[in-house]
Design a binder for this molecule. Structure first.
Ligand SMILES: Nc1ncnc2c1ncn2[C@@H]1O[C@H](COP(=O)(O)OP(=O)(O)O)[C@@H](O)[C@H]1O
Ligand SMILES: [Mg+2]
Length: 235
């Protein structure tokens, strides 16, 4: 998902921040100092910078679903300028569970929601990961600091957590998902979660602590059961 190598700007490019966080963590430097850097170094408009930080597949995505647009309006309404005259930034807000079959357009709509916020003039620090990629990053290893990875995903103002429930269930998966969701739940940070599992299967896979929080913090957005990938291939 984050393997392309296009030029990116600092504040709006999650893959750059991810890489930088890993380098800094390896050197024992606090990532918070980097996140506080201003955006003035950006060579592009906020929307161009956003596109550069997105996977090419979803670069042109613009949210269209009425519930997603309503969510974006609510998040924009809660955005706060850090200082007088500065761009308003995403702070707290509701979350969505984008639910539907594979190929229904969930990931497209999630990236499109970030674009809608940027087009509305809101400053968005965001990250996107599939749940499976995140678990892989969180597994203990010599060259990553799993706690920092979890902290970065827990506190980023807007997180896209893609394909929740798709990874094989285990105690590790349940625990890490609980820690992530619980932090975002407590801090009321907007999170766009996609899943192709019905809630009862999510409960089986991730446990009641996670699904109980999801039930309260998210609004469910149901997609038509159409696989757009197959449709596009047939066209
Ligand atoms: N509203 C849309 N307009 C145009 N293309 C779309 C739209 N929604 C999805 N697609 C395309 O359909 C395919 C499947 O969408 P995707 O969001 O990846 O599905 P899902 O995440 O539900 O599996 C992708 O190629 C995506 O670019
Ligand atoms: Mg998807």
């Amino acid at each position: 998902m984050r393997t392309h190598r296009d030029p990116q700007t600092l504040a709006d490019a999650p893959s750059v921040l991810d890489r930088m966080a890993r380098i800094l963590a390896a050197r024992g430097i606090d990532e918070a100092t980097v996140e506080a850097l201003p955006n003035e170094a950006a060579a592009h408009s906020p929307e161009e910078a956003l596109s550069a930080g997105m996977p090419p597949r979803y670069r042109d995505a613009v949210a269209e679903h009425p519930q997603v647009l309503a969510w974006a309006r609510q998040v924009a309404a809660q955005a706060v300028a850090p200082s007088t005259g500065a761009r308003r930034q995403v702070t707290t807000g509701p979350s969505l569970l984008l639910a539907g079959v594979t190929g229904a357009g969930k990931t497209h709509e999630a990236y499109g929601a970030v674009r809608v916020l940027v087009q509305a003039g809101i400053g968005v620090r965001w990250r996107a990961t599939t749940a499976a990629d995140l678990y892989a990053e969180l597994r203990p290893s010599a060259d990553t600091d799993a706690e920092r990875v979890l902290a970065a995903h827990s506190r980023v103002p807007l997180l896209i957590l893609d394909d929740l429930g798709a990874a094989k269930s285990s105690e590790f998966v349940e625990e890490q998902t609980y820690r992530l969701i619980n932090r975002r739940y407590n801090h009321m940070l907007p999170t766009l979660i996609t899943s192709n599992l019905p809630i009862k299967d999510l409960r089986t896979c991730l446990g009641d602590r996670v699904t109980s929080r999801l039930a309260q913090m998210t609004t469910r957005v149901s997609f038509e059961p159409v696989d757009r990938r197959r449709l596009q291939r047939a066209a």
